[in-house]
Design a protein around this ligand. Structure first.
Ligand code: GLN
Length: 502
């Protein structure tokens, strides 16, 4: 067997900033030993070197990133206190968040070249934290998919094996982290799109509690499930980014006023590796999942053993409704998609096709949608429209909402018994490009372990669980917490990371 071609970030070396953690970079930038411009340039160079092969970025904002870096350096040189613990550290932004200085496509031809007149709240938070934005990362069209192959801008390749997918929908952000093109990244997670690519690329990704990261300026997939979140290569870096982006926003009607947990302190607390007294739930229904690859199960069991050896108590929890979560998720998601994507009508945004003066508005709308949307998006719009139609609404959509409540109740019951739940993130390691793209049902099944969490609106993290012995590819350990229980997932995640032997 030939060695798979790999473009993962190298061993840490002093001379190569692309191998450093965000925390290390921030400290040296803030003490003026290195500059944000140098660090940003090093990452732009790495993008030039490897992204031709990986295709993690749809758009690279070199000038804008360097200008932002320069501003941070100038402020620090003038004696100002850095505006955040990550000021000067560059980031890769999923192309689902609008930006005024770069096009936003959401991976769709429908929005090719689209320039937003305003910045998303999350974009503004990054800017005011002094975080240079390197560019916009590749994704499945409108965040629909598990492999980034549904992007209109070509698939992203997994830096661990260029023949394989980095996962999706946020494959671009995770691949950028894994290949050392960025030390920080932003994703969105509707059913797993931050955690699943994190697992397949050996990086860390967090789906925050619903309502805690603003969706204002996030191009909607399914509004009741969508949540932006942080990603990085370490738990500590992810915690710092989490702190920058989370918080109430009056522009988002579903924004939560709940206090945001101090996740940086939680990660610090966990770093001593001690998990004595922590009750970790193991979901019976996940244990029985047939889809689990042998090597992934092995790593998961080893991960549980490690948690135990660090002092955690493992407790089996029963979540019977998780067996129906996948069906409910896709019904609800498709229904919301059919309504959300109605706004792309060839009139208000982006692509307009066939408008030659002879056609009616209806014809132009129809031609624009036919040309602008890819096959997966069309499939979901049609199925969602069907599920919402008169006579079917009660049988499908309403029924799915009932299941959603039951899934939330399963979590609530589980969190009466345990502090946190540990699960695999994905059933298998990274699959080959082209392997599942013509088999939508198999592709949907890939989200089995991640999507119950979005239905319930609770929080979760995926972090490296070690390489699978059968494929030598990364696996992810998923930690799930209750609503606003981010401090738990960061504490346990950081302890697990500290206790890892390999
Ligand atoms: N893979 C899932 C889907 O296709 C989740 C996508 C996401 O989280 N955006 O819906």
């Amino acid at each position: 067997m030939t060695e798979a071609q790999r473009l993962t970030v190298g061993e840490r070396t002093d001379s190569d900033f692309t191998t450093w953690t965000a925390a290390e970079l921030a400290e040296k930038i803030h003490s003026r030993e290195i500059s944000s411009v140098e660090v940003t340039q090093a990452h732009l160079d790495r993008i030039s070197d490897v992204d031709g092969e990986i295709n993690a970025f749809i758009h690279v904002s070199a000038d804008e990133a360097l200008a932002a870096a320069h501003n941070v350096d100038a402020a620090i040189a003038a004696g100002d206190t850095p505006t955040s613990s990550l000021a000067g550290v560059p980031l890769a932004l999923k192309d689902a968040f609008v930006t005024t200085d770069a096009p936003t496509t959401s991976g769709s031809k429908m929005l090719e070249g689209y320039m937003s007149p305003y910045d998303a709240t999350l974009t503004l938070r990054l800017r005011s934290a002094g975080i240079p934005i390197l560019g916009k990362t590749n994704m499945d069209e409108f965040a629909m998919g598990s492999s980034t192959e549904n992007s209109a801008y070509g698939p992203t390749r997994n830096p661990w094996d260029l023949e394989r997918t980095p996962g999706g929908s946020g494959g671009g952000s995770s691949a950028a982290l894994a290949a050392g093109m960025a030390p920080l990244a932003i994703g969105t997670d509707t059913g797993g799109s931050i955690r699943q690519p994190a697992a397949l690329t050996n990086t860390v990704g967090v789906k925050p509690t619903y309502g805690t990261v603003s969706r204002y300026g996030l191009i909607a997939c399914a509004s009741s499930l969508d949540q932006g979140g942080p990603a990085a290569r370490t738990v500590k870096d992810t915690a710092r980014l989490h702190q920058v982006i989370a918080g109430f926003d009056q522009n988002d009607a579903t924004s939560s006023r709940h206090e945001i947990a101090d996740v940086v302190a939680a990660a610090k607390q966990g770093a001593n590796g001690d998990l004595k007294g922590v009750k970790v739930g193991v979901v019976k229904q996940f244990q029985q999942a047939e889809a689990l690859q042998v090597g992934v199960r092995e790593r998961y069991e080893a991960n549980l053993e490690q948690l135990k050896s660090q002092g955690a108590e493992l407790i089996e929890v029963d979540c019977p409704n998780f067996d129906h979560a996948l069906n409910a998720y896709y019904l609800i998601q498709f229904s919301e998609i059919s309504s959300n994507l109605a706004r792309f009508d060839g009139m208000r945004y982006g692509l307009r096709a066939g408008d030659d003066g002879t056609r009616s508005a209806d014809e132009v709308m129809s031609l624009s949608r036919a040309e602008g949307f890819g096959p997966e998006v069309k499939r979901r719009i049609m199925l969602g429209t069907y599920a919402l139609s008169v006579g079917y609404y009660d049988a499908y959509y309403l029924q799915a909402q009932r299941v959603r409540n039951l899934v939330a109740q399963d979590y609530a019951k589980a969190f009466e018994q345990v502090d946190i739940i540990a699960a695999p993130t994905t059933p298998t390691t990274a699959f080959k490009l082209g392997e599942l793209v013509d088999d939508p049902l198999q592709m949907y099944l890939f989200d089995l372990f991640t999507l119950p969490l979005n239905l319930a609106g609770v929080c979760g993290m995926s972090l490296p669980g070690g390489l699978s012995s059968d494929t030598q590819l990364p696996t992810g350990l998923q930690l799930m917490g209750p609503a606003h229980g981010e401090d738990r997932i960061y504490r346990v995640g950081s302890a697990f990371e500290a206790g890892r032997e390999n």
